[in-house]
Design a protein around this ligand. Structure first.
Ligand SMILES: Cc1cc2nc3c(=O)[nH]c(=O)nc-3n(C[C@H](O)[C@H](O)[C@H](O)COP(=O)(O)OP(=O)(O)OC[C@H]3O[C@@H](n4cnc5c(N)ncnc54)[C@H](O)[C@@H]3O)c2cc1C
Length: 463
């Protein structure tokens, strides 16, 4: 009987556990223990139901083009619950000098693919528009080394595109900064497009031409979620795992490699396993593995994490009618606000709010503003309401509010991240029976975390 410990009961650890459970169900001789330090499983996936609204405390959806989360939902019987974002109403605004300006049609993640809407948009100055037309003639460029997203975008479109699009987009997704994040780790497609075509615009159009034309099925929604909220995935996965294998409220303090297997210490208990999957944030993995392999621990500890705060504000029908259409807005740093982004949930996922409610989800913190986590909830609410009043001219009393703080929860893939992962992989292979999963490595989104858990399970089984 092979015994496996999984440390960390977020979506990464649960995905590893579910993969092992499936093997067990086909007769594989194995058992596992899933350790989670807090009272509940799921990590940052948490949903509340408030006044008929589905309020997401952490992630609200995942990218449809990455299949692993949707596939897991189908495997556990949640296929009927999958919902797509309401892309017919997709419109995102950027706050520019206090005004909300829509991102023009044809701008695909900061790459212009349609000339007219971009030329007519007040989002960019004439100088930037000129650079966009010159970009079309960039020759192929093979970068010798990794660089920041800001550096690549600056080379193609200039600093305004970095400040008003790249930076706010990355702050909204990673809680990070374009000047720090690695282009190869965060936007690998951009690095490939540049080396092949030079111009990102020409590369995007070439990719689009390759897509099937004519009577092809309509494009899938950009985002996928679950009708009853992201936490329903956690609840149903937990139901598929034997309760005897679950250890909530159990902080693992140390991992020690043995001649054969690993010792896992939690509180006064020490247990022997054949293999261990560490599915915690990389910083926690670093302290757990420090005595096992200090070089590996130091590489893991160098993966920085940012903290974030989400705030949910529920309003009535009058506010809903007065809010702009679209999915929400992003706030560039130059606007001197603490809000990084806000989503109009009732538009993005209409199933998440009754027809007479508006639900706004605000995002704060990130690597620029870690101090906000130290403020009391009332002060965070005061700041959010004041900035929402300024941006949306909205002073109505919310029907309800919620504040959620997520300390050191989002990995920052700094320049050189992929090289660091190669070193980590070499060091990991020196420790037989060790698997690593989580958002610190090859993707911060929920689908990549699911994949990382499944791959770690396969790895330790193969050894
Ligand atoms: C506010 C926010 C919004 C996000 N929005 C999106 C989104 O819309 N779409 C998307 O795809 N992704 C989003 N993400 C990213 C994504 O949700 C996370 O990257 C992913 O859920 C991380 O899962 P995980 O299991 O790797 O880590 P976590 O959820 O952090 O779970 C790790 C678990 O390990 C436990 N643990 C740590 N140390 C120990 C120990 N020593 N012993 C026992 N247990 C331990 C922790 O208690 C925790 O439960 C968002 C993240 C945040 C914070």
């Amino acid at each position: 009987m092979k015994r496996i410990a999984i440390i960390g009961g977020g979506i990464s650890g649960l995905s590893a556990a579910f993969a092992l459970e499936q093997r067990r169900n086909t007769g594989a001789p194995l058992e596992y223990t899933l350790y989670e330090s807090s009272a509940s499983f799921g990590g940052v996936l948490r949903t509340e139901r408030v006044e008929g609204c589905v309020v997401e405390a952490g992630p609200d959806s995942f990218l449809t083009e990455k299949p692993w989360a949707s596939d897991l939902c189908r495997q556990v019987g949640l296929g009927e619950q999958l919902i797509g974002s309401n892309d017919g109403d997709r419109k995102t605004y950027i706050l520019v000098k206090g005004r909300l300006i829509p991102i023009p049609d044809g701008l695909m993640f900061m790459v212009p693919t349609k000339i007219l809407p971009v030329v007519l948009s007040p989002l960019f100055s004439r100088a930037t528009k000129l650079r966009m037309s010159h970009e079309w003639f960039h020759p192929p460029h093979q970068a010798d080394a990794d660089e920041s997203v800001a550096s690549l975008v600056n080379r193609h479109y200039g600093p305004e595109m970095v400040e008003y699009l790249a930076d706010p987009l990355l702050a909204g997704v990673y809680g990070g900064e374009a000047s720090q994040l690695s282009v190869r780790a965060v936007l690998p497609r951009f690095a490939d497009m540049e080396s092949k075509y030079g111009s990102l615009g020409r590369a995007m159009l070439a990719a689009r031409k390759k897509m099937p034309q004519g009577s092809s099925p309509p494009a899938p929604p950009l985002f996928t979620s679950l009708r009853d909220g992201m936490q329903s995935l956690i609840e149903i996965v937990l139901k598929r795992l034997p309760a005897a294998f679950l250890r909530p409220k159990t902080l693992v303090q140390a991992l020690e490699p043995q001649d054969r297997g690993w010792l896992v210490s939690a509180g006064y208990d020490t247990d022997q396993f054949d293999a261990v999957i560490v599915a915690t944030p990389a910083t926690a993995a670093a302290s757990l593995l420090n005595s096992a392999q200090s070089r590996l621990a130091s590489e893991l500890a160098s993966i920085a994490y940012s903290s974030s705060v989400t705030v949910a504000l529920g309003f009535d029908q009058k506010v809903r009618a007065a809010l702009p259409p679209g999915f929400g807005f992003l706030v560039p740093r130059a606007e001197n606000k603490r809000l990084l982004a806000a989503t109009f949930v009732h538009n993005k996922f209409p199933h998440r709010a009754p027809a007479d409610r508006a639900l706004i989800r605000c995002f704060l913190g990130g690597s620029r503003d870690a101090r906000i986590l130290d403020l009391p909830d009332e002060e965070i609410l005061r700041i959010v309401r004041e900035e929402i009043r300024q941006i949306l001219r909205l002073s109505a009393e919310p029907l309800f509010t919620r504040v959620y703080k997520w300390r050191a929860s989002m990995a920052q893939y700094a320049v050189g991240h992929l090289e660091r992962l190669e070193r980590i992989e070499r060091l990991r292979q020196q420790l037989p029976g060790l698997g690593l999963a989580g958002n610190g490595y090859r993707g911060i989104g929920v689908p990549d975390c699911v994949r990382s858990g499944q791959e770690a399970a396969e790895q330790v089984l193969a050894q």
